[in-house]
Design a protein around this ligand. Structure first.
Ligand code: FES
Ligand code: FES
Length: 211
């Protein structure tokens, strides 16, 4: 089959999508199979949103869509007609960081920073979920859930558990979230493990002996 025939047999699978990204309207011509993640990164060059696993496992691609957190790698751009999307690039306003970005910096909530845009978009949406009184897997009594929830540490960890951080900045991320959510700006304190804790850890995680 020559090139001309191929072009005739496989017409471009194009669609038009209009969406509002970071308060700016965009009209995109895309292959209908394009994910929102690729539309943001490859077509609009908004590379703040990160591609980690590209199949819904790591949370690196989290954006805020119509007020809810959304995995951009699992979202077809074609389904986003008219949607309002906020990426990490849209959180700071007038040269002022969003309070969550500011808290992440002050609490050292990142190391390499690759997961950070997704973590921050999740955390910002989680503030709204708490305000609206939305339940999570660990909410004790879902019948009596109230608005303006003050989230416990267990709740925060559970609700942010869809965002994986390979650097392990989790404790600082929780501290950053707590500060913005409830004003608790306690910094983490670090102590060396006691001899008893070390003994237990060694017993629980015995390494295989060398052959
Ligand atoms: S890149 Fe989307 S969840 Fe990993
Ligand atoms: S800070 Fe490196 S992956 Fe989270």
């Amino acid at each position: 089959m020559n090139e001309k025939t191929m072009k005739t047999s496989f017409p471009p699978n194009e669609i038009q999508v209009s969406l509002k990204i970071n308060d700016k309207k965009h009209s995109l011509t895309l292959d209908s199979r394009t994910s929102l993640l690729d539309a943001l990164r490859e077509h609009l060059y908004l590379t703040g949103t990160k591609k980690g696993c590209d199949h819904g496992q790591c949370g690196a691609c989290t954006v805020i869509m119509d007020g809810k957190r959304q995995l951009a790698c699992l979202t077809l751009a074609a389904t986003c007609e008219g949607a309002k999307v906020t990426t990490i690039e849209g959180l700071a306003k007038n040269n002022e960081l969003h309070p969550m970005q500011d808290a992440f910096v002050r609490h050292d909530g990142f190391q390499c920073g690759y997961c950070t845009p997704g973590q921050i978009c999740s955390a910002v949406s989680l503030l709204e979920e708490a305000k609206n009184g939305e339940a999570s897997y660990v909410t004790a009594d879902v019948r009596n859930i109230s608005e303006e929830l003050k989230l416990s540490e267990e709740e925060i960890r559970e609700r942010l558990s869809g965002n994986i951080c390979r650097c392990g900045a989790y404790n600082n991320i929780v501290q950053a979230f707590k500060e913005v959510h409830s004003g608790d700006d306690e910094m983490p304190t670090w102590k060396s493990a006691t001899e008893e804790q070390m003994r237990r850890a060694k017993k629980n995680y015995q390494l295989p002996e060398h052959q």
